[in-house]
Design a binder for this molecule. Structure first.
Ligand SMILES: C[S@@+](CC[C@H](N)C(=O)[O-])C[C@H]1O[C@@H](n2cnc3c(N)ncnc32)[C@H](O)[C@@H]1O
Length: 393
């Protein structure tokens, strides 16, 4: 352990500002990176290069701090720990690294008895939200970088780390990105309880999501005889649920030819009140907007091989198509690989839709057994689900 790590192990109680803040700040000012990991210390001590492969763990000062938090932390001590977190973030600490046990700082805070709504966990989530929004601006080319040489020396390392993190994240994004065109060109297979891509066995839709779909249908059919739009048919689970509300008009937008074929075979084209919009929502919905005579009581969005950037585009359309009392919802798998990321994206959605005069409220549902045997990888790892219900304020 380095000196910085030692301070964060909280070996002296009570945790006071006088005892902890000055020495930590002194080390950071002296150039010890706020992202200095235990793995880097070990590599340094053994005289070898730190491993730089994507699977390498990063046990950061924040991890050590969270792991060492006393279970009986009192209110005064909590304020000091919050100040320490603020200091570490100010000097470039990252929010989403995984430690030697593949845990986030959020996992460790919760393990040490902190609450999701508590100040320490909330501070971590806020750091995640800021970092993601900053990254979005960087990707959109809206941010000019200052020459690192012009930064005070202590901040040069932090700036470099932040830039490296952003680059790593973008690389990972490029590696894992699923190409929508490739998806639409691929063959699909309906199995007993899922819809998968034939070759890659990507899970497009699985029936463990049924309770989520029924809940969503309740939200987007807020009035009798509703006019609703579902984007993405998949297994048609939500469309069945919507039908049980006897909507007056039920629009379904679907882009994949195999899914459209299945919809034909299953008689969806002939159902009373059902209007199928064949094609990508990006192409179909602007036509509806241009017509100016169709507005919805409810809109649901659940596609495949799209990203949060697509949802940002969709918000523009949703505000144009939703009736004043209407409800928009979507399948919320944003960041659901990890509980901390899921909380960060929960807040990001709230912030983004608020820019349109919309409010996002969440119901937390428990998620039961999921069987990933038929698919290549799991896409939802939390055992709870934040169901979003978005409406005009
Ligand atoms: C996860 S499934 C939807 C599952 C559905 N909610 C259900 O209850 O069964 C996603 C669906 O969105 C469709 N899709 C993907 N991208 C689309 C796009 N840009 N426009 C319209 N549909 C799209 C896919 O072909 C697939 O049928």
């Amino acid at each position: 352990m380095s000196q910085l790590h030692n301070h964060l192990a909280f070996t002296r109680r009570p945790i006071t500002a006088e005892e902890y803040l000055p020495p930590i700040k002194k080390l950071l000012d002296a150039g010890v990176p706020a992202t200095y990991t235990l793995e880097q210390v070990a590599a340094f001590e053994q005289g070898r290069e730190d491993e730089d492969h994507p699977d390498a763990s990063n046990t950061t000062p924040l991890h050590i701090m969270a792991r060492s938090l006393p279970q009986d932390l009192n209110g005064d001590e909590e304020k000091v720990v919050l100040d320490i977190m603020n200091l570490l973030f100010e000097y470039g600490a990252g929010w989403n690294f995984l430690d030697y046990e593949q845990k986030t700082v959020g996992d460790l805070l919760l393990e040490r008895g902190q609450k999701r709504q508590g100040v320490l966990y909330s501070r971590l989530v806020d750091a995640g939200v800021s970092a993601e929004l900053l990254l979005r601006k960087v990707n959109e080319g809206e941010i000019e970088f200052i020459d690192p040489e012009e930064l005070p020396e202590s901040l040069q390392e932090a700036s470099l780390n932040a830039a490296q993190d952003a680059a790593a994240e973008m690389k990972q994004e490029a590696d894992t990105a699923i190409d929508q065109k490739a998806y639409l060109d691929s063959k699909l297979e309906y199995t007993k309880d899922s819809l998968v891509t034939n070759e890659n066995r990507d899970g497009v839709m699985m029936d463990w999501e049924s309770s989520i779909m029924y809940k969503a249908a309740d939200s987007i059919c807020p009035v009798p005889d509703a006019t609703v739009l579902n984007i993405g048919f998949g297994m048609g689970i939500i469309d069945q649920a919507i039908q049980s509300h006897s909507p007056q008009k039920h629009y379904i937008c679907e882009a994949h030819p195999d899914v459209l074929q299945k919809m034909k075979e299953d008689g969806w084209y002939e159902r009373k009140g059902v209007i199928v919009l064949e094609g990508r929502w990006q192409d179909c919905l602007n036509d509806l907007l241009d017509r100016g005579d169709v507005f919805f009581d409810g809109i649901y969005y659940d596609t495949f091989s799209e990203h949060y950037d697509d949802m940002l585009e969709l918000y523009d359309i949703v505000v144009g198509l939703l009736k004043p009392g209407g409800v928009f919802s979507f399948f919320n798998g944003l960041g659901a690989d990890r509980s901390l990321c899921y909380d960060v994206y929960k807040n990001i959605v709230e912030l983004d839709v608020s820019n349109y005069g919309l409010r996002c409220e969440y119901d937390t549902l428990s998620v039961g057994e999921r069987n990933w045997e038929e698919v290549k990888r799991s896409y939802f790892n939390c055992d709870y689900y934040y169901h979003p219900r978005i409406s005009f304020v």
